[in-house]
Design a protein around this ligand. Structure first.
Ligand SMILES: *Cc1c(COP(=O)(O)O)cnc(C)c1O
Length: 459
């Protein structure tokens, strides 16, 4: 509770180096037991200084959400109950709660009601689950039972994936034995949206092979969305399975204002979404949805004589890659109830307007160049080094400003290279970020920037 109470006031970066933390936390492996209260008190004391303030309101690096109070408390219950949510018979309440979460999530995200779903560890496993279902269906259509025969000698499956795709797709095809050589890059425009011409050319080149088209909802740099109405019909007409990585972007559907961005996305065959980002539930939590339950179960299900399968209820093992697993549905159930449709729409809209306000606030400084005004909750700026027009000087300066802001501890951003330029990403997913956080953040970045400019002038 002490930790939670200071998330809006404490510094957001770690104070201690790796070696300092190691020195604090390391102990010779002991022989005798230690009182658990002492263990926990010492852990809380020793980890402090090595914690990043992502549970607070001024954390904008990568794409990282906080944790809603109800979701956090439900997560404490989850650990206390210690249910194994593999099957209905091993954890009946957890199984029923997951069934309910699946129905609620499909409704919130605007996905087809007949879709099957899985509550997995995060976006990586949600995408891998969708791709596993795609692999099953596309190879079955080519007369190949991949679960029995594996991939040796199988017809080669191609994954036509957006060039702006997150690395989870490449790792997913590695895990699934398809190998990254199966990936065919689809060209994108400046914002990271797949171009129809490029897709149509790739489809005509690879027509006849088992195909998956991987699109995205929410580019991690610009927040851009693919044009589903334009891209999905030709992909389907060519017999492809369409998968959408919507780790954070699919949440746009909960807001009337942002819903047009996901128009047509429900025509895809599988979708991956995160819970631990924009829904603000604790790690680990992601969701996979598949329009074709038989393909999904075909990739995941397993029967063994020692397992007890439910007749009426849903067994998670039929849909999930794990066997024993955390009952992660409780936190999702609590988060959705705690917010309601209205609260969730407000959370999403507040994050988007905070991202826009930070970008425009930063842009008020003459040494800030705005590169991507947020479409949703992601934006990009860079910092211009004084007295130079050498590109590499701006790159170095941008990295120095990011480091300085982190060291000051008032706000936390991460960098990226976008179209050859070093940039600072502004990514807002926390339920806690509001107008006050924005004001404080803009002031912190401007002051770090001014201090660096002054140090250049005195050099
Ligand atoms: C975060 C993210 C992922 C990876 O999700 P994890 O939950 O970190 O596994 C995949 N795609 C996009 C677009 C993301 O933002």
């Amino acid at each position: 509770m002490r930790y939670l109470e200071q998330t809006r006031t404490a510094r957001v970066s770690a104070r201690l180096t790796h070696d300092e933390l190691h020195e604090r936390l390391w102990r010779p492996l002991q022989i005798e037991p230690v009182d658990p209260t002492v263990v926990v008190d010492e852990l809380a004391r020793d980890a402090e200084g090595g914690l990043i303030g992502s549970a607070g309101d001024r954390f904008y690096a990568w794409v990282i959400g906080g944790t809603l109070p109800g979701a956090l408390a439900a997560d404490w219950l989850t650990s206390s109950w210690d249910q194994n949510a593999a099957l209905h018979s091993t954890a009946p309440a957890a199984a029923v709660v997951e069934e309910i979460c699946g129905a609620w999530l499909k409704e919130l995200l605007g996905l087809p009601a007949e879709s099957s779903f899985a509550l997995v560890t995060g976006g990586q496993m949600a995408n891998t689950t969708g791709l596993a279902a795609a692999r099953h269906a596309q190879l079955a259509a080519a007369g190949w039972d991949v679960e029995r025969r594996g991939l040796f000698g199988a017809p080669p499956l191609r994954v036509l994936a957006s060039a702006a795709q997150h690395g989870v797709i490449a790792r997913g095809v590695r895990f699934l034995g398809l190998g990254t050589d199966c990936l065919v890059e689809l060209p994108v425009d400046r914002l990271g949206q797949v171009e129809s011409r490029g897709l149509e050319e790739a489809l005509s080149t690879w027509r006849g092979s088992p195909l998956v088209v991987a699109l995205q909802a929410g580019d991690i740099n610009t927040g851009a969305f693919d044009r589903y109405r334009e891209l999905i019909p030709p992909a389907k007409a060519a017999g492809a399975w369409v998968h959408v990585d919507g780790a954070f972007g699919l949440w746009a559907n909960v807001s009337q204002r942002y819903r047009p961005l996901v128009d047509g996305v429900a025509e895809a065959d599988s979708w991956a979404v995160d819970g631990h980002k924009w829904l603000n539930v604790p790690y680990d939590c992601g969701y996979a949805f598949v329009r074709h339950p038989a393909a999904h179960a075909g990739a995941m299900t397993y029967r063994a004589s020692y397992l007890t399968h439910a007749e009426e209820a849903r067994d998670q093992m039929d849909w999930n890659p794990e066997w024993s697993r955390r009952a992660r549905g409780f936190a999702t159930y609590a988060a959705i109830r705690e917010l309601g449709r209205r609260g969730l729409a407000e959370l999403v809209e507040r994050a988007c307007s905070s991202a826009r306000d930070i970008v425009s606030g930063l842009g008020g400084h003459p040494r800030v160049e705005v590169l991507a005004v947020p479409i949703i909750n992601q934006g990009l700026v860079r910092f211009l080094a004084p007295d130079t027009d050498v590109a590499s000087a701006h790159d170095r300066f941008t990295d120095r400003v990011i480091e300085r802001v982190q060291a000051d501890g008032e706000a936390f951003f991460s960098g990226t290279t976008w179209h050859g330029m070093r940039c600072m990403r502004i990514s807002v997913s926390s339920w806690q970020t509001d107008g006050r956080s924005v004001t404080r953040t803009v002031a912190a970045v401007h002051s770090a920037l001014d201090a660096l400019v002054a140090s250049y002038a005195s050099d």
